[in-house]
Design a protein. Structure first.
Lengths: 195, 109
């Protein structure tokens, strides 16, 4: 009696995919698309999200034979996805043109709003405006691909140095140094905006 | 003044963190999943269509460390026995030029 797809364990599904049952990969895709998409959305610019998520799932498929069940499948997925995002950022940064558009009045107005917000509600409202996203994009573009991914993982998402190092496959000391430098760079960029 | 600037920067950083988390709400065009599955099926079919030539190449790569080890062992062996092919052939030829056979030089006969 053959097992129904719903009854197959995740480990068995992975084994079957490795052994050539490609159609089962659709189950993996459906189960984890939201999770992988959240990671991709946070790390790459909006216009690159679709390409990066496709690339991530193809890489996950290609890396399945090397998957060792240490720390779980979800943890492994996030590692592959973060590294895919980092590679996409590196490609982007290699080809980008260093064009930093000047600050518009809208941005200056937003900065005033944020720095003088009296209530928490006003502050949160302002932080959700499109100007916030645009300034964030500008600030991140100001960093290198390495600095950007570390800043996002450690300062914006709150991973520890050790966790970020594991995700990126770097040493903890390297992550800590880059995290410190990237934050300093971000702060000096923000200081420039204020003056 | 500097302290005030730092406070302002802290505020902006805090706002940027919120903006960063709001990126989760970005919409992505539907249909990318179908593209992924199509690409994966293509990958799988091209992998299974690989010719025996490719299989041979893959096998050669797998055997590469063993081959290197064997070559190193032969080299070490030759150095240890002080083997000098030109000298060996010349010595054989000089000792019995009439009966000299090429195979003799390799001790094959």
């Amino acid at each position: 009696m053959s097992l129904e797809p719903e009854e197959i364990s995740e480990e068995e599904i992975i084994n079957r995919i490795i052994n050539g049952n490609v159609n089962l990969y659709e189950q993996v895709l459906q189960k984890y698309e939201g999770y992988v998409l959240t990671i991709v959305k946070r790390h790459v610019p909006t216009n690159m999200i679709e390409d990066t998520i496709q690339e991530a799932f193809i890489r996950i498929y290609q890396s399945l034979p090397g998957f060792k069940n240490q720390g779980g499948f979800k943890q492994w997925l996030s590692t592959v996805t973060v590294r895919t995002c980092y590679d996409c950022l590196r490609k982007l940064y290699r080809s980008r043109e260093q064009v930093m558009s000047s600050m518009t009045e809208d941005y200056m107005h937003w900065l005033d709003k944020i720095t003088s917000a009296e209530s928490g509600e006003k502050f949160h409202q302002a932080a959700r405006q499109k100007e916030a996203k645009e300034i964030l994009d500008k600030a991140l573009k100001h960093l290198s691909a390495e600095e950007r991914i570390v800043l996002e993982l450690v300062h914006l998402e709150g991973y520890s140095g050790k966790e970020a190092a594991k995700l990126l496959g770097w040493s903890t000391a390297n992550v800590k140094i880059r995290a410190y430098r990237s934050r300093q760079k971000l702060r000096s960029f923000l200081a420039e905006l204020l003056h | 003044m500097k302290k005030r600037d730092n406070e302002k920067i802290d505020q902006i950083e805090k706002a940027l963190k919120i903006a960063y988390r709001n990126r989760d709400n970005i919409e992505v065009n539907a249909g990318w999943q179908t593209d992924v599955m199509r690409q994966i099926r293509n990958l799988h079919s091209s992998e299974s269509k690989s010719t025996p030539f490719w299989a041979l190449g893959r096998m050669a790569c797998q055997l590469m460390p063993m081959t290197c080890l064997l070559i190193s062992m032969v080299c070490v062996g030759l150095l240890a026995t002080d083997f000098n092919p030109e000298y060996e052939i010349a010595a054989l030829f000089i000792n019995s030029p009439l009966e000299y056979d090429y195979f003799l030089s390799f001790n094959l006969m």
